[in-house]
Design a binder for this molecule. Structure first.
Ligand SMILES: C[S@@+](CC[C@H](N)C(=O)[O-])C[C@H]1O[C@@H](n2cnc3c(N)ncnc32)[C@H](O)[C@@H]1O
Length: 396
């Protein structure tokens, strides 16, 4: 029920100035019909400096970040200044509760209070601050995730974090994410927790769906989601190629972690057909292109180990070109040290719209040159043949 905004802001002020109990707070979003605040987003944290406890204000506008530290004893004015800005959403985490204030169209406050998920001692609190994913999250025990998997999931979410505005800054109150080939759903849970929090800070809700062909892993995921009482986390049994996680709406974020062989291509093809704005895929084995190179006797691929490694590189290079031709800006990066998984490449793709003119011609020429030279047709191109043909026709 909407309440008086002045009273809600006074409440937030008290929480911000109670530094020993404050974990963090975020002011973001703009109020309907008002000029935007001075900074897009301000995060407030208590920090212990040599000269005593301070509140740290980190303001971000686009890529510009500025930080100032104010002694807690003198922080009243800085907090008042922040709360005078016309932010649409305020999110405060303390040791015992999470308070969210959303300013309604009429200028009232919609206040939501919940108990803190982890009431933690100082040591655990410091540790949680450095990580995006809590490695001690009880759900990992329920799902049976070992240390390497937890690190992979942390590293995956770290790649997601700087790109999250791509999906969070879109219109609409609901953000949709899908984890294709979710398996035991370690990533599904971790990404849902992190992105869900980021969405709530912007007054949005996140719905995440994990998809897998295996009924048993989907049942385990569902059970763990119910036990953890995680709102907005769902699972579906089915093939990636036929996945329709959100009736009538496209996923904003498509994730795939180690979806075997061409299951990664199915995930990428699905994302392209949905027109999803953000895709993060860490591929697994690459047998499709490897098989096609089998008859090739050139030195680069004559020996099995070299063929395997070269096929990895060629497959991801061709995937990257196909995605670029079909309207994505693509980067292929190492998302985690190879000590934790040999499958440590990630394709990060942000939808930008189809390239045109000489840029498109260059991409197609590069793709044709590579596929002709190596005599391969990658799975992703087979799956997206109609889309690629349309682009080729348009480029003529
Ligand atoms: C290597 S596991 C990775 C699981 C999880 N993403 C992770 O990193 O822990 C690959 C998962 O993809 C699923 N999978 C493979 N091909 C699939 C397809 N075509 N459609 C749906 N799921 C598929 C498998 O059942 C398996 O659970």
């Amino acid at each position: 029920m909407p309440t008086d905004l002045t009273a809600a802001l006074a409440d937030v002020r008290t929480l911000l100035l109670d530094a020993p109990n404050l974990s963090r707070a975020v002011a973001a979003g703009r109020r309907k019909g008002l000029e935007p605040p001075a900074a897009e987003r301000v995060e407030v944290r208590p920090v212990a400096l040599k000269n005593g406890p301070h509140l740290q204000f980190t303001a971000r506008t686009g890529p510009v970040v500025s930080t100032r530290n104010v002694p807690v004893a003198d922080a009243g004015a800085a907090v008042d200044e922040l709360l005078a800005e016309p932010y649409g959403n305020l999110h405060v985490e303390t040791a015992s509760e999470v308070v969210q204030v959303r300013v309604t169209k009429k200028g009232d406050a919609q206040v939501h209070r919940a108990a803190a998920e982890h009431a933690a001692g100082p040591a655990r609190h410091d540790k949680a601050k450095q990580r995006l994913v809590d490695p001690d999250d009880p759900v990992f025990r329920v799902l049976g995730a070992g240390g390497d998997k937890r690190r992979q999931v942390e590293a995956f979410v770290r790649q997601l974090a700087p790109l999250a505005p791509t999906v969070l800054s879109r219109d609409g109150e609901r953000v949709r994410a899908v984890d294709l080939g979710c398996g035991n759903a370690y990533l599904t849970f971790a990404a849902h927790r992190w992105l869900g929090q980021a969405a709530r800070e912007r007054g949005k809700e996140l719905v995440t769906v994990g998809v897998d062909v295996r009924e048993d892993v989907v049942a385990t995921g569902l059970k763990a989601a119910r036990e953890a009482q995680l709102a907005g986390l769902e699972f579906a049994v089915g093939s990636i190629a036929g996945a329709e996680p959100f009736t009538g709406a496209r996923p904003d974020l498509v994730m795939a972690l180690h979806a075997c062989d061409t299951a990664t291509d199915e995930a990428l093809a699905r994302a392209v057909r949905w027109g999803s704005p953000l895709v993060l895929a860490a591929p697994c084995c690459h047998r499709d292109v490897q098989r096609q190179l089998h008859e090739n006797r050139t030195a680069l691929v004559r020996h099995a180990i070299l063929r395997e490694r070269f096929a990895d590189v060629l497959t991801d290079a061709l995937r990257s070109l196909v995605l670029q031709v079909l309207g994505y800006k693509v980067e292929v990066v190492e998302f985690i040290d190879s000590a934790h998984t040999p499958r440590n490449a990630m394709i990060r793709a942000v939808r930008t719209g189809a390239p045109r003119g000489s840029r498109l011609a260059d991409l197609l020429a590069e793709y044709d040159d590579l596929t002709r030279t190596w005599g391969v047709e990658p799975a992703l191109a087979r799956m997206l043949a109609p889309e690629l043909e349309r682009v080729r026709q348009a480029a003529l």
